[in-house]
Design a binder for this molecule. Structure first.
Ligand code: BGC
Length: 377
């Protein structure tokens, strides 16, 4: 953990960094201009960086021509999806002429809080936060409100705060889809649950949804959960370690594993592989990472849940711009965050199995067929 002094130094350096990278957005490439919105997600980060001359060390500033500046405080870019969230977010902001300052906290909640403070002091008009820690980030809402800045919680809910808006997917449904798929493949026997980060509200909802979906099997004693553990910071390594430990005693009688996302699934499948069980034990996932889609195509992973990132990222930018301009924001539902019902827009997750890869992720341009089937003869 970084000491507060070191964090302070990082903060000061970040401010210097922001001011030194301003004014990089004039080189608008024709490639970007000519792209339809559905093509934008195919843009690689390096292409985006080339086009925008950005600096991704700590805080990056994407300057377009409008008056609105969005502060986008991300948890990390570790999972493949977050890179796409960022790229699509920036592309949409460009389309709407909104400037964006992006920060990435590398999974550290206190770094994220100081980064958000910096964004506020730099005068962003609205904050979009992917919280590292759902509880701790309530501090960000407080600080933002003191400065008159509204907050949109992105994908993960900021709990116990006067949060202004929330955009996400139906996360309990994500867990349900995982549980249903596993129970269909494994109607009885021993199973394990590999969860995400216990400080991420989504991880709690995924688990809740899965447990509800398999409750019939649990109540009738047909299914038994032999391991049920969260994975700190969503670390695949921790998932690997926990599954490895579980296999030490259950290698011969484990029938299936519900993993909360594709990262943890990769850890679980590695542990299964080491005892010769990969491809034999159904494993669930989430995010439609390329690696997971390849495993599904090869029969090594049962399913994943695809959450159209294009939809959430684009919609979030539209909402953020409207929030900043004090225009009406359509949401459609509310989600209780412990202190209020937050106006929320919840999008629909989609199951991907080997039977519908082409009709879902390929059709949507999320991943290409040739990449997904690369290892399949
Ligand atoms: C997101 C997942 C992601 C996980 C780890 C969750 O909050 O909803 O899509 O895999 O965080 O980053």
């Amino acid at each position: 953990m970084l000491s507060s002094k070191v964090r302070k130094i990082i903060s000061i350096l970040s401010v210097i960094l922001i001011t030194s990278v301003i004014g990089t957005g004039c080189s608008v490439s024709n490639k970007l201009k000519n792209q339809t919105s559905s093509d934008l997600q195919k843009l690689s980060i390096s292409e985006f960086e080339k086009d925008h001359g950005s600096n991704l060390d700590n805080i990056s500033y994407y300057k377009y021509t409008g008056n609105v500046t969005i502060g986008f405080a991300m948890d990390s870019l570790k999972e493949e999806r977050w890179q796409k969230d960022r790229d699509i977010f920036l592309a949409k902001a460009k389309e709407l002429n909104a400037n964006v300052r992006v920060t990435e906290a590398d999974g550290d909640a206190s770094i994220q809080i100081s980064q958000a403070e910096e964004l506020i002091s730099q005068g962003v008009n609205v904050l979009v936060i992917i919280p590292v820690n759902g509880e701790a980030s309530s501090e960000i809402v407080k600080k933002a409100h003191e400065a008159g800045v509204k907050v949109l919680s992105y994908d993960r809910l900021i709990k116990n705060s006067d949060l202004d808006y929330y955009i996400s997917f139906d996360n309990e449904k994500v867990g349900e889809l995982q549980g249903e798929a596993l129970m269909k493949a494994v109607p009885n026997g021993n199973i394990a649950y590999v969860g995400g980060s216990p400080t991420d509200n989504n991880a709690l909802l995924f688990r809740k949804g899965s447990m509800e979906a398999i409750s019939g099997g649990l109540n009738s004693n047909q299914l038994h959960v032999v391991m049920d553990k969260y994975s700190t910071d969503w670390k695949p390594d921790e998932a690997y370690k926990n599954v490895k430990e579980m296999l030490a005693t259950n290698k011969d009688n484990i029938k299936g594993i519900i993993c909360a996302n594709d990262g943890t699934a990769s850890g679980a499948i590695q542990a299964l592989k080491e005892v010769g069980l990969d491809g034999k034990i159904p494993v669930t996932g989430q995010d439609a990472d390329l690696g997971a889609l390849q495993r599904i195509a090869e029969g090594k992973q049962l399913m994943t849940v695809y959450k159209p990132v294009q939809a959430i990222a684009q919609k979030a930018v539209e909402m953020a711009v409207n929030i900043a301009e004090n225009k009406p924001v359509e949401t459609g539902s509310t989600v209780a965050n412990g202190s209020k019902n937050v106006n929320s827009l919840l999008l629909k997750p989609i199951v991907v199995t080997k039977d519908n890869i082409k009709d879902t992720v390929v059709k949507d341009g999320w991943q290409t067929e040739s990449d997904i089937y690369k290892n399949v003869k």
